[in-house]
Design a binder for this molecule. Structure first.
Ligand code: NI
Length: 277
């Protein structure tokens, strides 16, 4: 992996701890970003990972033949070696360790694409609403656009200080358990906080960093170019909770993606002459 070139200042670290988010300038080079954009477009256009449940629609019910409103690929580096050993990854690793400590581990990556003149909102949520009910961890997401982003093509928006709250109740988008994506339940208190949101435009290869409980949102893409976001996660080792957190919205989910992943596992198990599930 290349040597990292970006280090956070003490002022940036204290801003992050107080506010729960941070905006940064480019963590990569124009050449590396061009290579990553090509790889990104290739894996979305070839529907990489569709059969194994790694590519799916975050915002719709994901039925075959239906255009995805919010296409997502988990672990894009499994399908595109261009995402491995980049300067971007080296810088993200250094920054994550500055914020979380040396024992922080990379927890994978995902890509959320919003096609030109298309793409739903990524509704208000806390990332922790997707995570484990039985374990706690101190996770962060580093959100990197592969082209410039503004409000017009879906840059990130945050509620400063909301990372200090616990996980709020969430529900599947459109209250449809077939949809993977989650949205926070809108109470008067939540609405008042969202009224204080700040938008974070970024240059290509810049980054926003947010804590696992930060309220965040990204609007639709109203421009004539795709909005490519690449998100890396880091976390400290998970610790077992005394009592599991109540997260009924995850237990209700019945997504097409889960079914495809299950079918792929069953097919693999048959190929390996192992009992299916
Ligand atoms: Ni999120």
């Amino acid at each position: 992996m290349p040597e990292p070139t970006v280090k956070l200042t003490p002022e940036q670290i204290s801003f992050y701890k107080e506010q729960g988010y941070l905006s940064l300038g480019p963590l990569s080079t124009p050449d590396e970003l061009a290579m990553m954009r090509n790889a990104y477009d290739r894996i979305f256009s070839t529907r990489a990972g569709r059969d194994t449940g790694d590519q799916f629609d975050l915002g719709g019910d994901d039925q075959e033949g239906k255009e995805a409103v919010l296409p997502q690929i988990l672990n894009p580096d499994k399908y595109a070696p261009e995402f491995k050993d980049t300067l971007l990854a080296a810088n993200v690793r250094q920054i994550a360790k500055q914020l979380l400590g040396d024992h922080a581990n990379g927890g994978g990556a995902h890509a959320i694409m919003k096609p030109a003149f298309h793409g739903a909102t990524t509704p208000w949520h806390q990332d922790g609403s997707y995570w484990s009910a039985t374990h706690d961890n101190n996770g962060i997401s580093i959100w990197v656009p592969l082209q410039d982003v503004t409000v017009a093509n879906g840059c990130m928006q945050f509620v400063p200080g909301s990372h200090k709250l616990d996980i709020q109740p969430h529900h599947s988008i459109n209250h449809d358990p077939k949809v993977h994506g989650l949205e926070i339940d809108f109470t008067d208190e939540v609405n008042e906080m969202i009224g204080k949101a700040v938008a974070c435009p970024l240059p290509a290869g810049g980054a926003t960093i947010h804590a696992g409980r930060m309220f965040h949102y990204a609007g639709p893409n109203t421009t004539d170019q795709p909005r490519r976001a690449y998100i890396l996660s880091y976390a400290t080792p998970a610790t077992l909770r005394e009592k599991p957190r109540s997260m009924p919205w995850n237990e209700l989910k019945q997504t097409a993606r889960q079914q495809r992943a299950k079918n792929a596992q069953t097919a693999q198990a048959k190929a390996d002459h192992l009992p299916g599930q």
